[in-house]
Design a protein around this ligand. Structure first.
Ligand code: AMP
Ligand code: MG
Length: 345
């Protein structure tokens, strides 16, 4: 339901100061980060945080990540920082890493969905840091999209999703990473990756000093999900989304769409699989070519947004090599497509 008058604030001193005042009086502010745009409220104010769930249509049992301007403020929110977690803080914060740590009692249950732990992150984006400094309180923030939809990675996307639902939106640069943070839970014996993201498993491995790393990459192991959010639909564009790994799958989808008169948006990697392809767009086929996995991560949600705006019926996206940032891309694509590859169409 859209009812609020939404201020558009510039990413400058007066914009950050106004955003800080809105947060401190219990309002909602959409702000940029290096991963995706966030929808923030004072993390110590249960009422303000309830507003986040209402604005997004987010299920109450899906906890929020709490953002701070620096690692000192982060440490004040954690009941305990085990040495293994301290090493990760040292290596990757500020940056696209969220650590799940035991929480201090002053973090309301609304934020953590009643869990004894809290997800904590220090963004590296300068505008995010400036906003968080002006807020003067920790800021709980999920991605600034309606629940289930792709996360916004630009001001235009954030505005399209949240205008009328929040008190202010900060107009800033596109997100540099483009996919959400890596979520890591530190246990007695291992690091557990609850969500692949901006920090790769390979980077974690280098910093972890031989500690075992468990990935929850498939997220289909049965039983209660380790991160409550995993059980919900995520990252879905409006268009039907399909994946491909082979040239034959790509062709099958193109033939299917041409036959059914469906408008198709294609996301390709510039690799040998697509070397023979002349990317000649027609009225019904629009092709985007990604030169690297980094570019794919950065542009994925924006391409979903544009394809939806252009009225594509089907989005066909190439499944990337599952390594480095490719793990996070693959994870988001599988969710966007409900695991469907372009076969038997
Ligand atoms: P989003 O804010 O949309 O990026 O989603 C945040 C993700 O972090 C969700 O999947 C949550 O389930 C997960 N998360 C947040 N807090 C915790 C926690 N205390 N324990 C496990 N997962 C968490
Ligand atoms: Mg999200």
């Amino acid at each position: 339901m859209k009812t609020k008058e939404t201020l558009i604030l510039e990413a400058d001193q007066s914009g950050f100061a106004a955003a800080g005042r809105i947060i401190r009086r219990g309002g909602l502010v959409v702000f940029p980060t290096e991963t995706v745009y966030g929808l923030g409220a004072n993390a110590l104010d249960a009422g303000a945080c309830a507003g986040i769930f209402a604005a997004k249509g987010r299920p109450q049992d899906n906890p929020l990540i709490v953002h701070t301007a620096d690692v000192f403020a982060l440490a004040r929110l954690a009941g305990d920082v085990p040495p293994r977690a301290a090493a990760l803080i040292q290596a990757f914060m500020p940056g696209p890493l969220t650590l799940i740590l035991p929480k201090k009692p002053d973090i309301p249950d609304t934020v953590t969905a009643g869990l004894p732990t809290v997800g904590l992150r220090v963004p590296s984006d300068p505008a995010a840091a400036a906003f968080l400094r002006h807020a003067e309180v920790p800021v709980a923030a999920p991605s600034a999209n309606l629940s289930g939809r792709p996360s916004p990675t630009s001001f235009a996307m954030a505005r399209a999703a949240m205008e009328g639902r929040v008190d202010a939106i900060i107009r800033a640069e596109d997100s540099r990473v483009g996919l959400e943070s890596t979520i890591v839970r530190v246990t007695e014996s291992a690091l557990e990756i609850l969500r692949p993201g901006g920090i790769s498993e390979e980077q974690l491995r280098l910093a972890a000093g031989g500690c075992e790393i468990r990935g929850s990459f498939s997220e289909n192991s049965g039983g209660p999900p380790p991160a409550p959010g995993m059980k919900y639909a995520h990252y879905k564009p409006k268009a039907e989304t399909l994946l491909f790994r082979t040239a034959a799958q790509r062709r099958a989808c193109e033939v299917y769409c041409a036959g059914a008169g469906k408008k198709l948006g294609v996301i390709l990697l510039a690799d040998s699989l697509n070397a023979e392809r002349a990317a000649a767009d027609t009225k019904n086929v629009i092709t985007r070519q990604m030169l690297s996995a980094q570019e794919y991560a950065r542009r994925l949600y924006a391409e979903f947004f544009v394809f939806d705006r252009l009225g594509c019926d089907v989005i066909l996206a190439q499944y990337p090599p599952v390594e480095g940032i490719g793990r996070a891309i693959a994870n988001r694509l599988l969710k966007a497509a409900d695991g469907r590859f372009a076969e038997g169409l």
